[in-house]
Design a protein around this ligand. Structure first.
Ligand SMILES: Cc1cc2nc3c(=O)[nH]c(=O)nc-3n(C[C@H](O)[C@H](O)[C@H](O)COP(=O)(O)O)c2cc1C
Length: 77
C-alpha cells in the first residue's frame, strides 16, 4: 500500500513537471469492481487510479490550513 501510494505521488509529480494535471481516484471502496473491470487477479490490489490529462482550466488556489498547524519539528506541539 505504501509503495503504491508513493509511486502514485511520484507519477503525479512527474506529470506536473510535464504540465499535465492528475486526479487521484480512490480505489479502496471499489477494489473488487476495479479488479473485475481491469481483469486483475485477486492478489493484485489497485491502490490508486490516476486520471492524467491537459487541464482545460486554471484551478484557483484554495485556502490552506497554515503550515504551522500541520507541521511539527522534533516533537508534536
Ligand atoms: C487517497 C486519495 C483519494 C482520492 N480520491 C479521489 C476520488 O475518488 N475522486 C476525486 O475526484 N478526487 C480524489 N482525490 C483527489 C482529492 O479530491 C483532491 O483533489 C486532491 O487531494 C487535491 O486536493 P488538495 O489540493 O485540497 O490537497 C483523492 C485524493 C487522495 C489523496
Amino acid at each position: 500500500m505504501i509503495d503504491g501510494a508513493n509511486a502514485a505521488i511520484y507519477i503525479q509529480l512527474a506529470a506536473h513537471a510535464l504540465s499535465l494535471g492528475t486526479v487521484w481516484i480512490q480505489t479502496m471502496r471499489n477494489i473488487r469492481d476495479i479488479q473485475k473491470i481491469l481483469k486483475l487477479p485477486e492478489e493484485l490490489v489497485p491502490v490508486s487510479i490516476l486520471a492524467i490529462g491537459y487541464p482545460d482550466e486554471k484551478p484557483r488556489l484554495r485556502d490552506r490550513i497554515p503550515l504551522d498547524k500541520l507541521v511539527y519539528r522534533n516533537e508534536y506541539k
